[in-house]
Structures are given as structure tokens and as C-alpha cells.
Write a protein that binds this ligand. Structure first.
Ligand SMILES: Cc1cc2nc3c(=O)[nH]c(=O)nc-3n(C[C@H](O)[C@H](O)[C@H](O)COP(=O)(O)OP(=O)(O)OC[C@H]3O[C@@H](n4cnc5c(N)ncnc54)[C@H](O)[C@@H]3O)c2cc1C
Length: 463
């Protein structure tokens, strides 16, 4: 792939990863066509092609910064639309690794507006670009070309022809797969004689059940703006309660394999009673639902190794969850979509290197790697986890031992907490966890006291 010959690029998938890739490519191609199987709604509405949009989608601060760099002003637009900005750790009651976390002054912020709102804001900005054309209600069914070069994408308008008929080819010098975790691109590549990527997966069986609620006047007196209860080996159920735009809340109940949260009214409420503290169950008693309960079970970490050598064609790239999908409990996917778009921009603009398909794909894979290391790295230790990347490495045992000590200190030591959060939020490389000051506190420092009960007020207010 050279940018000079890539006069027409096609991006398949109109979610954040695809939209942001199209935005970046529009600076290099004469025309970018964005193909989406859904019809885009006019406003911030749920979409059939994105079933996960019924569940809380936090945007980490690394993702906010990347998004702002790509689309200046977007954070102000999200704020104007009411997307709440929640401080960590001050604003939320958090239970992680079996401990409550001190609510000291915030060192990071997450945006907790609904996924439809975030998608709509990004879509509105990106699709204003006259170089980007959308083809909606149309799905990609394969690639055109051969194992050496992709020459376009096979498309079919939805609902107009019986399956297998009505296909046509849209010619392109570059095809980007942004169709999400269910991507069929490995089969598309095989069909043109190319080599599909090796697929790594690791899943804990985590299941979500989520519901939106109207805020009540009494909620204004709550001493928190969110609750985050992370399951562990001894505690199979978790919860995420976060504010949404439009004076609403979103509540996720989650459970590992064998402890999946029910999606019926009574089961949902009873499940909340299995959390390590009754605070969410008590909140639910008075809560006013704003819609039905939705379940979700496809939460495996999946990485397609397009970065590894193989007989794959020039002119084909994968990004977003089509490349690397994460256990959603870490809240990384949107941030990685934005960071990947920055990596694409930088790889295409690098004056020192010809942006071959392989180089650009490596840059995209590298952008997803820190999040993969966190998500798959932590999930390996979840009892009952299954996958083909479970093989222990020599370094795993001492690193796990160190991480266990670090997390015990992160709850009560604000500085360790800050560094730990910064790594989890993809602001800082994981090497920061082993910096001398942190290592000293982890290896030789005493274990600081963590709250014994959920801290219902920030420390600044509790006095
Ligand atoms: C339950 C759940 C909760 C999550 N919570 C968070 C969170 O808190 N924070 C966070 O950052 N991330 C979260 N994620 C991850 C986040 O949803 C993804 O990272 C995000 O959607 C970006 O993915 P994407 O753009 O690659 O793909 P998707 O959003 O899955 O979009 C793929 C798009 O491709 C289209 N498409 C698919 N196939 C075709 C085809 N053949 N032809 C044309 N179009 C096609 C689809 O209609 C869709 O529009 C969560 C995920 C899940 C499952």
C-alpha cells in the first residue's frame, strides 16, 4: 500500500473505530467510502448493529485526549450534550481486589455518557467531511482481489435480494475492516487465497445484565456519582452504576461463568443482593427503571494477529475490535479505537518510512497491545478462564505476586493508586508500575489501611 496509489479507500463498519479511521484516511485518499450495514439514526439512538450500546460505555481519559486530538472541540460537544465527567477515585465508591478504595482527590476522569451519545457526536463530526461518502443499509460480504492485493470489497444492500444474490464489487485501493468483534474478514481473506490471521482468545465467561434508570430527586443527596464493584476469584458478581446524560443512571450487574446475572425483574434484583455490600441493592429498591433489562455475553478477549507474517494481501487493514477485542469490564475499547486512529495517522504521515500495509498494520496492532496486556493479562488469573493464551510464562509468577502486593497498596496509598489507574486508563505504559518509587513501596512499604466499609463520601467532605 502506498498513500499515492490509494485514491479510494473503503472502511467497513460505521462505529467509532471505522468512523475515526475514515476521518484519518480522508487526508490521504481522494475519497473514502464508509460502508455500514445499519441505517444511521438521526440522533443519539441505539443501533441494531451495536447491541453493546445498551450497556455503560465509559470513555477513559486516554481516549478522551485522543478523540480531542482527532476532532478538536468534541469533548466540549459531549459536555454540552450532558455526558457526565466522573472523577477517579474521588467521585465513586469502588471495591476492587476485595478492598474498598479511598476517595482521595481525583487524578483521572472518565466520561460516562451513553454509547449512542458518544457515537452520534463522533458521527456528526466525521460525516460532515465532504471526502467521506456513506453507503448505509449495506453489508460487506467479502473482498475482491487475490492473495497479493485487495482490489475492493463485495457489498450487498440489505433486504433487497435473497442471501447470496445482489452482490456487487466496490473497487478500492485500500479496504479497512472495522466490523467489530464478529468480523468475518478471516474468512474473506481465505476466500481470496490469503492466509487468515492466527486468533488468540481468552474468556472468563463474564456476562452483563444492564438497565437504565431515571434519576430521582433523592439521588442529589448521594455522596457518590458512581459505584464500581469488580469481581474476583472469591467474589463472582460485580456492578457498575454510572450517571448518564438526561438525568439517568445506568446499572450493570455482572457475573463470571456460572454466576451470570438474570435479565428478569426479580432475578436482577436478587442478583444485586449477592454483591459484597447491600448499597446497590438498597439503591435499586427505590430506583425508577427507564427501560428493559438487556443481557450481553460476548465478552472474550480476542486478538487477530494480522501483525504476524503471513500470505496476506496489500491494501487490507483491520482496526478496532475487528483487530483486538477486550473484556469490557476494563472499559478500554473506545479509547483503543481513538488511539488506533492516531496510530494510523502517524504511520501514514511518517516521512521516514513508506507506509506499507504491513507497517501500518503493525502500528495498529501496537496501539492495541497495552490494553490487551492488561485485559488478557488479568483475565488469565480468573478461575475458570478458557483460551489459547493461557500457557504460563516464566515471568508470570513473580509478576502476579508483585501485582497482588501493588493492588493491595493501591487501595489505601493514593500515589500507588494514581500510577495504577494511569496504567489501567492507558495513559502510562505498564513499566510505570515498576518505577523505583513504586517498587520500593510495593516491595518494602507497609500495607496501608484501606476503608473497611464503602466510603460513602469523598475524604475531602468526610473530614
Ligand atoms: C457489553 C460491553 C460493554 C462495553 N463497555 C465499554 C466501555 O465501558 N468502554 C469502552 O471504551 N468500551 C467498551 N466496550 C467496547 C466497545 O463496545 C468497542 O470497543 C467499541 O464498540 C468499538 O468497536 P468497533 O468500532 O471496533 O466495533 P463495533 O462498535 O462493534 O461496530 C462495528 C460496526 O460494524 C458494522 N458491521 C458489522 N459487520 C458489518 C458488515 N459485514 N458490513 C457492514 N457493516 C458491518 C456494525 O453494524 C457496527 O456498526 C464494551 C463492549 C461490550 C460488549
Amino acid at each position: 500500500m502506498t498513500t499515492a496509489s490509494t485514491r479510494h479507500a473503503v472502511v467497513v463498519g460505521g462505529s467509532p473505530a471505522g468512523l475515526l479511521a475514515a476521518h484519518v484516511l480522508s487526508a490521504h485518499a481522494d475519497k473514502v467510502t464508509l460502508v455500514e450495514r445499519d441505517r444511521f439514526p438521526a440522533g443519539p439512538e441505539h443501533r441494531r448493529g451495536v447491541p453493546q450500546d445498551r450497556h455503560t460505555h465509559v470513555l477513559l481519559d486516554s481516549g478522551q485526549r485522543a478523540l480531542e486530538e482527532l476532532l478538536p472541540g468534541i469533548l466540549d460537544e459531549l459536555a454540552a450534550q450532558g455526558s457526565p465527567r466522573v472523577g477517579m477515585p474521588e467521585d465513586i465508591v469502588q471495591w476492587q481486589n476485595g478492598r474498598w478504595i479511598r476517595r482521595t482527590p481525583s487524578t483521572g476522569y472518565i466520561l460516562t455518557g451513553s454509547r449512542p451519545l458518544t457515537d452520534w457526536a463522533v458521527r456528526e463530526r466525521v460525516l460532515k467531511n465532504p471526502r467521506i461518502e456513506t453507503v448505509e443499509n449495506t453489508e460487506a460480504t467479502g473482498l475482491a482481489g487475490d492473495a497479493r492485493r485487495v482490489r475492493g470489497v463485495r457489498l450487498r444492500e440489505r433486504g433487497t435480494h435473497p442471501v447470496g444474490q445482489g452482490e456487487y464489487v466496490l473497487d478500492a485501493g485500500l479496504v479497512v475492516d472495522a466490523t467489530g468483534r464478529g468480523s468475518r474478514a478471516p474468512a474473506w481473506l481465505a476466500a481470496i487465497g490469503a492466509e487468515p490471521p492466527h486468533e488468540e482468545y481468552l474468556e472468563t465467561g463474564l456476562a452483563y445484565a444492564s438497565r437504565f434508570y431515571h434519576a430521582r430527586p433523592a439521588d442529589a443527596a448521594l455522596g457518590f456519582r458512581g459505584v464500581y464493584i469488580v469481581s474476583n476469584a472469591r467474589q463472582q458478581s460485580g456492578a457498575v452504576l454510572m450517571p448518564l446524560e438526561g438525568d439517568r443512571w445506568s446499572l450493570i450487574l455482572s457475573g463470571l461463568r456460572g454466576s451470570e446475572p438474570p435479565t428478569d425483574e426479580a432475578g436482577f434484583r436478587d442478583f444485586a443482593a449477592t454483591l459484597p455490600h447491600p448499597l446497590v441493592h438498597d439503591w435499586l429498591r427505590e430506583a425508577e427503571p427507564a427501560g428493559p433489562i438487556h443481557g450481553f455475553r460476548k465478552t472474550a478477549n480476542t486478538r487477530r494477529r494480522y501483525d504476524r507474517p503471513g500470505r496476506r494481501p496489500a491494501g487490507f487493514l483491520a482496526t478496532g475490535e475487528a483487530l483486538c477485542a477486550f473484556n469490557p469490564v476494563y472499559g478500554q475499547g473506545l479509547a483503543v479505537s481513538a488511539l488506533s486512529a492516531l496510530a494510523l495517522r502517524d504511520a501514514l504521515a511518517d516521512p521516514r518510512r513508506v507506509p506499507t500495509t504491513r507497517r501500518v498494520q503493525r502500528a495498529l496492532s501496537e496501539a492495541a497491545r497495552p490494553a490487551w496486556d492488561i485485559s488478557a493479562g488479568a483475565d488469565k488469573n480468573v478461575p475458570g478462564a478458557l483460551g489459547n493464551v493461557m500457557r504460563p510464562r516464566t515471568l508470570d509468577k513473580p509478576v502476579d505476586w508483585y501485582m497482588e502486593r501493588l493492588q493491595r497498596r493501591a487501595c489505601g496509598n493514593p500515589e500507588i493508586g494514581r500510577v495504577f489507574r494511569s496504567v489501567l486508563h492507558l495513559n502510562t505504559p505498564a513499566s510505570a508500575l515498576f518505577a523505583p518509587a513504586v517498587a520500593r513501596a510495593v516491595l518494602f512499604g507497609p500495607e496501608p489501611a484501606a476503608p473497611t466499609e464503602p466510603p460513602m463520601e469523598p475524604e475531602s467532605r468526610a473530614g
